[in-house]
Design a protein around this ligand. Structure first.
Ligand SMILES: [Zn+2]
Length: 337
């Protein structure tokens, strides 16, 4: 069963909010677009796992996507983790195309595209191996005695994988994604069962409890100040802004769309761009381009935005799990029902 479903990486949501709200001449836009495209491709690569994972028995396999845990100072993040009664399996998915050459001398991955251009990456085997060491440490601290395996999965079947004969053994950890299930069966035959379902579920609960969502100061990342961000309600149809408040609706002067809930995305944008800092009525009024305190209260209450404090001391907090979005298009539509 899927214990933790895959959601869009936070940086995708934040970059998307930035792109909608930066003036078109902002010098950071090309970098943000490149980064967004790279991360979207990575996310689609990870999605290529889903078909293969759907074939696993619900009761024997517990799947976590995007788990982030810590052994103290630093966090380690695992793309996908599968727990079974006999072993844990870390999956690191790469969406690289062309020819991949694992260079054993420089411990690097070199990608050659159809035009013959080369690009170097950190060795993903090393990356997954590091995650395995951290997870082992994490398991040991909690007396979880479960062997850990890892695989680096290449999501495109057409990608060619190459190395030197001396490095061929390490390459056994690198597979095309369509071989995932046969690899899982191989591990299953190799390891004996150690846990019953009850114990396995206890470990799942512990991972879920200790998972920490990443927070990322996107404005600091690109050295953008909050004053550069365009305020107002973004139109859910043509993505221009600001929409105007008109007869208890939002109206887009550009494409004439009307929408009752378009301010939901602005609430989310404010939390995404401001690192979840609790916001006052005034903060939202400024961000919505509204002058009325009472209309702002009404709008925030209609969305059930959690709040603490009273009157001028009232602060609104990010809605629970608002970052758990699986599809970028759905983030600019309606509030969750
Ligand atoms: Zn519009």
């Amino acid at each position: 069963m899927i214990v933790k479903k895959r959601t869009l990486p936070l940086k995708i949501l934040k970059n998307n909010a930035l792109l909608l709200r930066l003036p078109p001449d902002n010098s950071n836009i090309p970098d943000i677009k490149t980064d967004l495209a790279k991360r979207m491709a990575g996310y689609r690569g990870e999605q290529s796992l889903d078909f293969h994972l759907s074939k696993l028995s619900e009761k024997d396999y517990y799947v976590f996507h995007g788990v982030r845990l810590t052994n103290g100072k630093y966090y380690f993040q695992i793309d996908s983790l599968i727990l079974t009664a006999s072993f844990a399996l870390i999956l690191e998915v790469k969406n690289y195309s062309g020819v991949l050459y694992f260079d054993p001398v420089c411990n690097q991955l070199i990608q050659r595209n159809a035009a013959g251009e080369e690009k170097g990456y950190a060795n993903p085997i090393e990356q997954a191996n590091q995650q395995m060491k951290e997870l082992r440490k994490w398991f040991n601290k909690r007396n979880i005695n479960l062997p850990i395996e890892f695989l680096v999965l290449i999501s495109k079947p057409s990608t060619i994988i190459k190395t030197e004969p001396s490095f061929a053994r390490s390459l056994q950890k690198v597979k095309h994604v369509q071989f995932l299930n046969s690899e899982i069966q191989r591990f299953r035959q190799f390891y004996n069962e150690r846990f019953d379902t009850k114990e396995l579920r206890r470990i799942c609960r512990q991972i879920t409890k200790e998972h920490q969502t990443e927070n990322l100061d996107i404005l600091a990342c690109y050295k953008i100040s909050f004053s550069e961000i365009k305020t107002g309600i973004v139109c859910p149809s043509c993505y221009s802004l600001p929409m105007k408040r008109h007869f208890a609706m939002w109206y887009c002067p550009k494409c004439k769309t009307t929408d009752r809930d378009a301010h939901y995305q602005a609430v989310i944008d404010l939390f995404l761009l401001n690192n979840d800092v609790p916001a006052s009525n005034q903060d939202f009024r400024d961000f919505f381009n509204l002058s009325s305190r009472s209309i702002t209260v009404k709008l925030l209450h209609s969305l059930n935005i959690p709040h603490t404090g009273t009157n001028k001391g009232r602060r609104y907090h990010p809605p629970p799990n608002y970052q758990n979005i699986t599809d970028l298009n759905s983030s600019t539509t309606k509030p969750p029902q």
